[in-house]
Design a protein around this ligand. Structure first.
Ligand code: LLP
Length: 420
């Protein structure tokens, strides 16, 4: 359920017409709905409420400060993967006690920042990282609360580029090594073992891989406790999928996911942590673009829009599907097979090929739905295209929450060497 709905044939974000936003802000732009975002947080939270969860929004999905602050006010913590994300989470008012730090390549500087801020937890992904963390914590006279991210070797049925739980993945430590690593961690200065974490992939469309992974880590918690470790936290990662294709192949509901969690963690008495990203912001955002040309060539119809793969890379990177809908519905238009493409000079700059759509006219506005997660946060300036604007709607109010990059900004980091 989201709050992007048609009123008299015009697409609205809550009570604001996207036509009006486009007229004021220009195109392309991302538009987020506060009501959708907070509702998704609430539905996820309520499904798990009886288990007293710590929900740490995965900042990488969308790091726009207004999104972070909206979630912070709803009660969310943050799952971060870089020094930049730590700074953004703190700037949005997320308490350090609600921040978990994931990632295979944490640098010593990033560790030092997280330690001085007293974050809740480091999700350690390798033995060398453990030694580095111990060294940095000792130097700063701090103690790092750690969990190992274990790799349960389950196959999750998702795109290969976003599956992480299989044993060839770069993420996590093999579950078979866990006992040895926990024993080692218990001996290192500056390290305090507090739990176990797992994250098996993103956009998971069924529950079986979660159930398998959660059962396996619950067993590990028992084994570690039997070996004398004080395991208090169980971090179950993120990854629950969202519906991208309308009502087709709907992924499991948070309530069904919660049942799986409850079943797997029964009697463990751990603080449960969750790291949802896409589930919270995916359907709370759309990308609005204007048609520049409609080009008919060799029997194909190319709808050329002013957004490109630099603004939304998911279709070309993962073959991802996004619904594409008109902002103003024109019943008279014919439906034909079209390719919707961007202006970037790459064959891969295609949002969809041969999809049945109403053929728009130049200047018409189109919206890519479900673009709130991994849209703006993965945008680039490729082809010297300024980063696009981001807008947030709240009832009948809207505000630009990230300015369109100016050409001045686009040049700002360049400097010519003395010999030129
Ligand atoms: N926790 C960890 C350790 C992660 O690596 C991720 C996502 C999440 C949580 C959040 O997963 P989510 O709930 O959003 O599925 N760019 C890709 C997705 C990459 C996901 C990376 N890790 C896409 O556009 O589909």
């Amino acid at each position: 359920m989201d709050h992007f709905l048609y009123k008299n044939g015009v697409l609205y974000a809550e009570d604001v017409s996207l036509n009006d936003i486009a007229a004021q802000v220009g195109t392309p732009f991302y538009c987020y709905s506060t009501a959708t975002l907070t509702r998704h947080y609430q539905v996820f939270h309520d499904a798990l409420a009886s288990m007293n969860p710590l929900i740490c929004y995965a900042v990488k999905a969308n790091d726009t400060l207004a999104i972070l602050k909206t979630l912070a006010l709803a009660g969310s913590g943050a799952d971060v993967v870089s020094g930049g994300e730590i700074r953004k989470a703190l700037a949005a008012g997320i308490a350090p006690q609600k921040i978990v730090f994931s990632g295979v390549g944490k640098t010593r500087d990033e560790m030092a920042l997280a330690l001085t801020q007293n974050i809740f937890q480091f999700n350690v992904e390798s033995e060398p990282e453990l030694y580095a963390l111990s060294e940095v914590a000792t130097r700063l006279n701090k103690t790092a609360g750690i969990v190992f991210r274990v790799n349960p070797d389950v196959i999750s049925d998702t795109h290969a580029k976003i599956s992480t739980g299989h044993k060839e993945s770069k993420f996590g430590v093999p579950i078979a090594d866990a006992m040895r690593l926990y024993a080692l961690a218990a001996t290192l200065p500056g390290i305090s073992v507090q739990g176990v974490s797992v994250h098996i992939g993103s956009q998971l469309a069924n529950l079986a891989p979660f159930a398998g992974a959660f059962k396996r880590v619950a067993e590990l918690v028992r084994e570690l406790r039997a070996a004398g470790h004080d395991i208090r936290v169980l971090d179950l990662g993120g990854g629950l999928g969202i519906p991208y294709e309308g009502s087709q192949n709907p992924p499991p509901l948070p309530s069904a996911y919660a049942e799986i969690v409850k079943e797997a963690t029964k009697g463990l008495n751990c603080q449960l942590v969750f790291e949802p990203g896409r589930l919270l912001v995916g359907n709370a955002g759309i990308l609005v673009t204007r048609v520049t040309y409609v080009k008919r060539s060799e029997g194909r119809i190319f709808v050329i829009v002013d957004a490109g793969m630099n603004d939304l890379i998911r279709p070309t990177l993962y073959n991802a599907y996004h619904d594409i809908v008109p902002v103003v519905v024109d019943e008279a238009t014919e439906t034909e097979l079209v390719d919707v493409v961007g202006p970037v000079c790459e064959t891969g700059d295609i949002f969809t090929a041969q999809r049945l759509l109403k053929v728009p006219k130049p200047e018409d506005l189109l919206a890519f739905r479900s673009a709130g997660a991994y849209g703006a946060s993965m945008a680039s300036t490729y082809n010297a295209r300024p980063l696009l604007a981001e807008v947030m709607v709240n009832g009948s109010a809207f505000s630009v929450v990230r300015k369109r990059q100016s050409y001045e900004d686009l040049f700002a980091r360049d400097q010519l060497p003395g010999w030129l």
